[in-house]
Design a protein around this ligand. Structure first.
Ligand SMILES: [Zn+2]
Length: 119
């Protein structure tokens, strides 16, 4: 039994995993592009991916505090985080027919409370 008996199958397995990884990334990328094109479909002429974001503004913003528990092996932390819900109004313009339309999107983000520095 030589080195090649182990090396060749393991290289094949590595290669297989590599191909699977690349195919997986490729598929999710294509899916994202498709989603994006669907999202920017022009209501005027029906062309996919025609809409260009001309303007985006926040029309509503709500914030509240929430307690979140962070557990680790040694201790448990309870931290206060600020949850901000923002509503955006996106203005799109079609590259082909010039049709303009608006879309609203919601975005939630959390920001942890800043640690107080002791003096
Ligand atoms: Zn159009």
């Amino acid at each position: 039994m030589g080195w090649s008996d182990i090396l060749v199958p393991s290289l094949m397995i590595c290669g297989l995993f590599g191909v699977m990884l690349v195919v997986g990334i490729g598929f999710s990328y294509l899916w994202l592009v498709r989603l994006n094109k669907e999202a920017t479909k022009c209501p005027g002429c029906g062309k996919r991916g025609a809409g260009e974001l001309a303007e985006s503004k926040v029309i509503d913003s709500k914030a509240h505090w929430e307690w979140r528990t962070h557990s680790s092996l040694f201790r448990q932390d309870v931290r206060r985080v600020q949850v901000t819900e923002e509503t955006f109004e996106d203005h799109y313009e079609c590259q082909y027919c010039g049709h303009r339309w608006t879309k609203t999107a919601q975005w939630t983000r959390t920001t942890p409370e800043k640690k107080r520095t002791r003096r």
